[in-house]
Design a protein around this ligand. Structure first.
Ligand code: PMT
Length: 398
């Protein structure tokens, strides 16, 4: 059940909740699974469970202060050491500090220095959990690519009952184990297109669209976290990926995106085409700013290259995942695109769905497959949609 944890470096952050007692069995289960564990405690948590218990179980010193006995504890080293950081329990106060970068203890300092994925398992009373402040902090942490280990429902320390219990240690082990199982993209190279394209009319003006690049960047980051080498061909946006496995190729127009994508595609195992590419560009680009003259201006447009269709023709055993952004007859239009462009499956998002499509942090998608079957998903963060797409892609990769 926990075979993927062998040899993994786990940084366990504990904050001050009665659920801190569960950290002892969590540490023991990680060690039993062959992982290496280092524990960081907030000062408040040491009233709930003794550092000695955790250092004995983890076979490592426990850190709770930024400095001790006149010397500085290096939070950067700890942050860089870990394969994954798990903050369990994460109290309302710790969530607020993490979400806002309030770096007044060792745990937050390590969190801010960590380059590995961070999971957090909240623990608090039901009303604290449902309070908009807490929910806002959780949302913020998720938007920074952290991963939530959901709270459980049950009896709480206050005597109340409801949502807010920290997940059981066995559940946290299962989730961490599954996370490392997703490292299966190691050794794979994935091409991703994202963002809009801008088609210049003159040195000042262009024809563009509303894509922010968020969807494609989320896929690029998620694939990199799973071990893939990613080539992200990104149209103009102020957003950018952070993972060092992502090679960023910035382009402006459909022509540039086409040239770069074709250059990379042959050496890739898969392509995920999330870009909103202009279908037409102005036939000519004026050398100088077009001046006002008369009441009407007529511009002639010509087709841009269809990147997806070209890759679809060229593909050997690569998997191609396309996107379809539709406003009516969604399924039929997406099906036609998938077949015409020789995609393996297509991700449909519709502007008729609230919170879906351009610019939102969320998306609501359906996957459509070559046998015309469909898989519908609820509204989710784009980071979660990215994971769903990669799960599906993994099933299709040889
Ligand atoms: O960037 P965000 O703000 O996060 O928004 C995400 C998104 C809405 C842009 C994204 O989820 C999405 O739907 N991308 C595809 C948008 C689109 O224009 O789709 P389409 O139906 O026009 O094109 C179908 C497919 O062909 C797409 O995979 C597209 O990348 C590809 N295509 C289209 C035209 C072209 N010339 N070359 C292409 O490769």
């Amino acid at each position: 059940m926990s075979e993927n944890l062998k040899g993994k470096k786990i940084l366990l952050g504990i904050s001050g909740s009665i659920a801190a007692y569960k950290a002892a069995s969590l540490t023991r289960l990680f060690i039993k699974a062959g992982a290496e564990v280092k524990v960081i405690m907030t000062p408040a948590s040491t009233s709930f469970i003794s550092p000695l218990t955790l250092s004995t179980l983890s076979k490592n010193p426990v850190w709770s202060e930024v400095s001790s006995e006149g010397s500085w504890n290096n939070h950067v080293d700890l942050g860089l050491w870990a394969d994954v950081m798990i903050i369990a329990p994460a109290t309302a106060a710790t969530l607020a500090k993490l979400a806002n970068g309030i770096c007044d203890n060792m745990l937050v300092a390590v969190y801010l220095s960590a380059r590995c994925p961070v999971f957090f398992a909240p623990a608090m009373d039901v009303d604290m959990w449902h309070h908009p402040t807490t929910q806002q902090n959780v949302k913020r942490l998720l938007s920074y690519e952290n991963k939530l280990i959901p709270v459980e429902v049950g009896e709480l320390a206050s005597g109340l009952s409801g949502e807010g219990r920290m997940a059981e240690p066995e559940t946290i082990i299962t989730i961490t184990n599954q996370y490392f199982d997703k490292g299966k993209l190691a050794g794979k190279r994935i091409l991703i297109t994202a963002g809009p394209t801008l088609e210049a009319l003159d040195p000042v003006r262009f024809l563009g669209n509303r894509s922010s690049g968020k969807m494609g960047i989320a896929i690029a980051e998620a694939a990199a976290h799973r071990g893939a080498t990613v080539d992200l061909v990104l149209g103009p946006t102020h957003l950018r990926p952070y993972h060092s496995n992502v090679n960023l190729h910035k382009v402006e127009s459909a022509d540039e995106m086409y040239t770069k994508a074709l250059e990379i595609f042959d050496s890739c195992d898969a392509a995920v085409l999330a870009a909103a590419v202009a279908d037409y560009k102005p036939e000519t680009r004026a050398d100088h700013k077009i001046k006002k003259s008369g009441d009407h201006l007529t511009i002639s447009f010509v087709r841009t290259p269809d990147i997806a269709a070209h890759l679809g023709k060229r593909k050997k055993d690569q998997i191609i995942v396309g996107f379809a952004m539709e406003t009516k007859d969604e399924k039929d239009n997406a099906l036609v695109k998938m077949e015409k462009k020789n995609m393996d499956f297509i991700v449909l998002n519709s502007l008729n769905e609230k919170g879906a499509g351009f610019q939102h942090d969320t998306n609501k998608v359906s996957f459509i497959f070559r046998d015309k079957t469909m898989k519908d998903f609820s509204l989710k963060l784009k980071t979660e949609v990215a994971e769903d797409i990669l799960d599906e892609l993994l099933k299709k990769l040889p």
